[in-house]
Design a protein around this ligand. Structure first.
Ligand code: AMP
Ligand code: MG
Length: 406
């Protein structure tokens, strides 16, 4: 039996990132950009007003105060997007809107709140220093500057910046196509009434959701019955994808053939069984060149195993370098006991209370209790050697809900 840490090392060591593809800008959210992006122009392109107000010569306002406002002549109104027609000379001001270009001669903006308007004159009630409420050309981005580095994960902030730079398309790392193969004689399709002894295949759907949540493209395949030949055929066909995830058929049972098939046609099982709960019966290997994660069948195990091993693998394929979920310390709301030897991943709801994170378990923790995943926003990770967590003690939790660019 391999440890969680070693299993992850084996898995990641075998992972090769995919190449690049061009996508439209919005399709790039959460993906890893594969090019450095340089600014083709200054942003803003010209000095403009940060406020609605009056563009003035600050020298004219030195003596201005609430009690003794300075009177200036208003020469024009400049809207955002318009070009100023006149220069501001001593004793003059131009009414200006936020984002409009600063006219020649002006070197400050007095916000409207600090003025009193009277027909073609304005009374300035506040002294301005040079540059007050002016955004200078290039103050955000300078022409030629490398604004976004290759390897960045595109957040909404990056998307906005790329748009501002006029980039409608970006080169990002490709998304892995992930074939999902659920096995089991007891499984029926989602819209079939299961009847006695049967259950609906839910794993294909939870896996598909997990795959797309981390940027992969899920490919659902037909349910495979517990026959070795059927499984071999299904896995061989699935090997056309970039990654195969199987669910079920990887334990000790008489009809658990994933390991055999991996060994027979892949001749490449790297390990089987990881020292964790849930998720112990995990096999990792390949079918031809295509990596195969033989995930356990229990609905919670399959998701927890995905989280620990498949997600980091798929992220690495997409060029991500931050592969682990964000972990923080939380306070356990209850006493928990466990045997030494296995690393536990308990499903938890973590909430902030008076500046501290409090973790409470989502009820019954059996690996078949899918409900325990429904409410969970975190996994509570109890190390192999730890046997007891007392109420109020620190525990490490892994957030399940931060975005890819977080
Ligand atoms: P197995 O590892 O194949 O023995 O499966 C372990 C448990 O998970 C059994 O109770 C199965 O019925 C259940 N199971 C297996 N595959 C699925 C699936 N695709 N959807 C929901 N439950 C499953
Ligand atoms: Mg089975």
């Amino acid at each position: 039996m391999i440890s969680v840490k070693d299993a992850l090392a084996v898995i990641l060591e075998s992972c090769r990132p995919l190449g690049l593809e061009k996508v439209d800008l919005l399709g790039g959210r959460g993906r890893v950009i594969g090019e450095d992006v340089y600014a083709p122009r200054d942003i803003p392109s010209a000095a403009n007003s940060a406020m609605d107000g009056y563009a003035v010569r600050c020298g004219d306002t030195i003596k201005a105060s609430e009690a003794e406002p300075v009177e200036l002549k208003v020469i024009e109104t400049i809207a955002a997007g318009a070009s100023p027609a006149k220069s501001v000379r001593p004793g003059q001001a131009a009414r200006i809107m936020t984002g409009a270009v600063i006219p020649k001669g002006a070197d400050a903006v007095i916000r409207r709140e600090d003025t009193v308007e009277q027909g073609k004159t304005v009374f300035i009630k506040k002294a301005a220093h040079q540059g007050l409420d002016i955004r200078f050309s290039g103050e955000d981005v300078q022409k030629g500057e490398c604004v976004i580095k290759a390897g960045s994960v595109l957040s909404p902030g990056h998307i906005g910046m790329l748009a501002a730079l006029g980039k409608a398309f970006v080169a990002v790392h490709s998304r892995p196509r992930v074939a999902i193969v659920s096995t089991g004689d007891e499984l029926v399709d989602i819209e079939t009434d299961p009847g006695p002894g049967k259950i609906v295949n839910s794993n294909s759907y939870s896996l598909a959701a997990l795959v797309s949540a981390c940027g992969g493209v899920p490919l659902l395949t037909d349910i495979v019955r517990d026959k070795k030949e059927d499984l071999a055929t299904a896995l061989q066909s699935a090997a056309r994808a970039d990654v195969i995830l199987s669910s079920g058929g990887v334990s000790m049972g008489d009809y658990d053939f994933v390991k055999d098939v991996m060994g027979d046609i892949g001749n490449a099982m790297r390990f089987w069984q990881v020292a964790m709960r849930p998720g112990k019966p995990l096999a990792f290997g390949s079918i031809g060149e295509t990596p195969l994660f033989g995930l356990p069948g229990n609905p919670v195990s399959v998701m927890v195993s995905f989280e620990q091993f498949v997600r980091p693998y798929l992220l690495k394929m997409q060029g991500h370098t931050k592969l682990a979920r964000l972990s923080v310390t939380a306070t356990s709301a209850q006493t928990i006991e466990k045997p030494a030897g296995l690393r536990y991943f308990l499903r938890a709801v973590v909430q902030e209370q008076n500046g501290r994170f409090i973790a409470r378990l989502t009820g019954e923790q059996g690996s078949g209790i899918l409900k325990s995943m429904v409410e969970a926003n975190a996994l509570m990770v109890l190390p192999e050697e730890r046997t007891r967590v007392k109420k109020g003690e620190d525990v490490v939790i892994q957030w399940l809900n931060e975005p890819l660019w977080g």
